[in-house]
Design a protein. Sequence first.
Lengths: 393, 307
Amino acid sequence: MRTLVRMLAAVFAAASLAIAPLAAAQQKIKIGFITTLTGPAGIIGKHMKDSVELALDHLGNKMGGVPVEVIFGDDQFKPDVGVQVAEEMLKKQQVDIMSGIIWSNVMMAVVPVVTGAGKVMVGTNAGASPLAGKACHPQFFSTSWNNDQTPEAMGKFLQDQGVNDIYVMAPNYQAGKDMVAGFKRYYKGRIVEEVFTTMGQQDYQAEITQLRAKSPKAAFVFYPGGMGVQFVRQYFQAGLRERIPLYSVFTVDETTLPALKEAALGQYEAKFWSPDMNVPASKRFVADFRKKYGYTPAFYGAQSYDGMMLIDSAVRMNKGSLADTKAVVAAMRKANYDSIRGPFKWNVNQFPIQDFFLLRAEKGGPDGVQMKIQKKVFNDHKDSYYQDCKMAW
Amino acid sequence: MNLILVFEQMLNGVQFGVMLFLMAAGLTLVFGIMNLVNLAHGSLYMVGAYLTVAAVQWTGSYPLGVLLGLLGTLVVGMLVEVIALRTLYERDHLDQVLATFGLILFFNELIAIIWGRAALYTSLPTYLQGFIEIIPGSIYPVYRALVIGVGLVVGAVLWYVVARTRLGMLIRAGASNRTMVAALGVNIRLLYTVVFGFGAALAGLAGLMAGPIYAVQPGMGELILIQVFVVIVIGGIGSIRGALVGALIVGMVDTLGRAFLRPLLAHFISPPAAEAAGPALASMLIYLLMALVLAVRPEGLFQAKSG
């Protein structure tokens, strides 16, 4: 029996080998999309993957008349695994273009691999500052933002409001420090205290007790993923929601709202996009996403959907081919597509120039609690690194 | 830094310690009595949290959901023992580590398949959402106070069962000489299954109490497991009393360190240096403590007398 299975396996392997070159010979666009699909962060990857698949539905599985295939890869939140997956996609699967990636450290590791292979990378989340500045590259485009921009927007809002005495909290790692630095670039008021907590910490009762004792006017925090669920829940349970307004970045979004619900009510977030954005492409994306998957997409998804539409525009302009990288870059720079942001503009570093909004978690919507845009904080905001990018257009 | 604040932070420390104790009690029982290193203890904690959330949603009643969640975890624990772990008692610790690590992967994926990867919504009944004034001027969430109460009661019951009852006597005897107990006509296999089941239920209890405070998501057990291992190393492997004392020490040191180390350091070194060293040192404190205990008393604070 076992030998029979082994023989069958060998036959199938041989058959698939025989088919492979045939498939490559056909005209087909292959996109390699890397994200995190396992572990707690897998929920972000799910929003991104579902959005990419929705984009393919909207495109009829074709770009510029050519059938499209997206190959998904799991970086497991690790730069070395990301590089491995990228190399396999480029060499073995022979993808024409790469996209995705949640984490800045994975992005920094993968971009040289992709550009080195002569292909284009369309980042759809991580916005590491070097890539927006000194290390910018013609073959790297981002449909998201530079990491600092979102906390900059929150800093600007609180500065404009004249809120003084703010308590600042973030996990003790690079992104946490970057978020606080971005916040302080625009917020010039008094900061009561800056507290950095252990990465992955679960219980914040001690820190919340300290915060309450200082009775600040407001709190600004950055707690992504599960840390955010824990922090916001405990902040709410400590009875501070009404007493000290909580402003955050990358803490409350559609990946964590279903777990938080009423605990999030009244939370302020800064973002470039929200599901209630009044833009035709965005409305269509959100409505069809809800119809297909039964949940509300987060900005991670919106950016990934945008990435696919950007790639589609480049394929269309190049008559169904991604073979000529120079032509692809030239086409992408035109950004000739309907973005979920509305009109789309590139900065010289190939990051979007975009608006930022203040959002608030309010009652209502299909999930009971939803993020609502309150006001525009930044108009056509450029990141703080593009001057370091010496790229010829 | 006033006295009320210090008192509240000590309460927070006790509460965190109690959570650690519930986890550590099960782990140390299983290790001390069955000589089994069970890395999957955190998975049972996760299973307890998930089953309770599901049961509360299903029944619509919080107490009933808690009861079902607890029973469910007990059953899952016993099944794991019968199906997977029974064959591992005679093997060396490396095999046990590998097998139970496999169980962690299995449970994380299983939970992700059933409930998805997003954190689950958990809520508390309104009567547990309020605050109590323990000393004038200091309010404390009712739920956290309840956690402290439940933990201390469980600790007392556990001590009574192990030290004063027939079942406890059998457990202790089984730990010192398995063959002899079996020869005296006690069904040692069943005894082990029961002990493992109760250890699992304790982990489940910790998980279900953590549910409303922490994020209920796949992999939640591994985050707390490391601290639990620190607790049992400090307390002495196999000792329930050690687990309680170790958990309270770790909870207290960790909480007070996070709260007061930085302002304290600022008195001695420059504020920017305290800013940088404070959080780093606070997150290391319990490990430093463990290293110290290992250096001075390698067997832990309380050596288990009966295995």
